[in-house]
Design a protein around this ligand. Sequence first.
Ligand code: PRX
Length: 648
Amino acid sequence: MPDIYPASDEFVANAHVDSAKYEEMYAASISDPDTFWGEHGKRIDWIKPFTKVKNATFELGKVDIKWFEDGTLNVSANCIDRHIAKRGDQTAIIWEPDDPKTPSQHITYRELLENTSRMANVLKAQGIEKGDRVIIYLPMIPEAAYAMLACARIGAIHSIVFAGFSPDALADRINGSGAKAVITADSAPRGGRRTPLKTNTDKALQHCSDKVKCLVVKHTGDQTTWVSGRDIDLRAEMASASTDCPPTEVGAEDPLFILYTSGSTGKPKGVVHTSGGYLVYASMTQQMTFDYHDGDVFWCTADVGWVTGHSYIVYGPLANGATTLMFEGVPTYPDAGRFWEVCAKHKVNQFYTAPTAIRALMGQGTEWVEKHDLSSLKLLGSVGEPINPEAWNWYNTHVGKGRCPIVDTFWQTETGGHMITSLPGAIPNKPGSATKPFFGVQPEVLDAATAEVQTRTAAEGVLCIKDSWPGQMRTLWGDHARFEEAYFSQYKGYYFTGDGCRRDEDGYYWITGRVDDVINVSGHRMGTAEVESALVAHEAVAEAAVVGYPHDIKGQGIYAYVTLMNGVEPTDDLRKELVKWVRAEIGPIASPDLIQWAPGLPKTRSGKIMRRILRKIAENDYGALGDISTLAEPAVVDDLIENRMNRA
Ligand code: PRX
């Protein structure tokens, strides 16, 4: 396998950015960000044009990030109205349902305008105003996009809760954001199964103010209980609502959305993105990273419950007047060829997914890919975790047939858009490397212990970013102090990503994974502390410590060490019950893969759990346990090793 893969001459000749242009634009973006972003800020429409561009400081105690601060705009008008004259009849969204026997839908920009305006008018009729929060807890149906854009249209702030989250997690987010309404559906079909979203919402709302309204999309027709005065049939209301809803003018720095994500402490963090800078960045990265051209069909397989869906299913593509595909289902239903069948059916040109999906499909054999005509594909993308060479090679050979560049995009909920990624016409790929920074992004490798900036090209350490970019999060909802503490306190003057990385002699970046207590399970971020607090909430559990361990398909699996209350019998039934418990507390994505009974946990004399040791045991790596002499009870470690779960 060669170690470097340039795009074909033909691809480069048609690309938005080639290598000379990348070098020139990157240098300009760093040497004079005001001029660079002042120019690129014009890619979106402003109601009142900005006169100021960048105004940001990472200084601890004063962290403040503003872009285009005196400009005003409306995000939904940018994603819809401004395209109507030229593209009213062009498909904006292709909707592909879970069940392939259900017809897919093509929603034109004109229809998108009508539906978004109708939904915005329903929200207004419910008293939702500029600055109010609205929770969206929906399947991957067109209403999810209408709901996001309807909030943006009236200046309301949406917060999407992934449909796999539990009623408790939903209640926390409704209360945490102080939402006035929840938009949900009767149920969410996925892979032939249904998640009872309305029932979950009913349960969540028992823990919320009785003023919170519940707007329900009757999607599957499943029977649900109905609370009159609180529950509203959204489709019925939309049918009679006006299709005219003038977009509300908002400031560039008015929040567009809050998205809760896991951190290294127990409570999820409400990441706040604002309107102007986020949209400029999402649209520019969508166009340049994927080399999107007019008329292309773009498919990002993420769920809108994650940031990837926000930036690359809805906001980025629609701001660019693209045709974006929204898929309700899963890669393996009804069979392992579904992704490829959908690519062939809709003649997808750019396909963007996570390594975990590739690994799962790889295990099913190549016949599922070979069966479908993938000649429309021009480019492939990867996101969420490092892509291992086997998966890269399979993706390249069997899906891309060796002719599609693969962009490995490193970014985060906090960053709004791609941070380190190849631009396909400019930067040859090395499998497993996210390659080089996007315009305006200044990565630095710092020594983890000394915080010293590594000045040699080839270096290893933690990944920090030196200065602001327009898509950067602005704060944590209601907790600016935690924002500063979580991202700017470890390495003074820098935004700390939480990731480790290596930079090679060519200046390519290789992300080596989280260095904090966050794990990456199937490309989804999970705080180990969140799973621990769910476990200790069970009456049988005295103490729990959760770590990640290498998992063939998921990347990392969830490994829980559990100390039971005195007198409680460790049984297989209890193990199953605890897994079920965590699913109910957080959601299926947090299910522990392995639970090891631990009569004791390795702690320092001051009582701190030594996770490093627990991680090594979970990885079956005993040679590297390091110094255990500071443990209060070193014998605990022998017991844990003897009873480890993931025996090789
Ligand atoms: O550890 C990095 C990993 O995913 C984390 C961000 O997770 P989240 O906020 O859920 O966003 C995921 C989708 C943008 C990062 O801190 N990560 C994301 N992309 C990559 C990656 N690790 C390696 N390579 C990537 N391309």
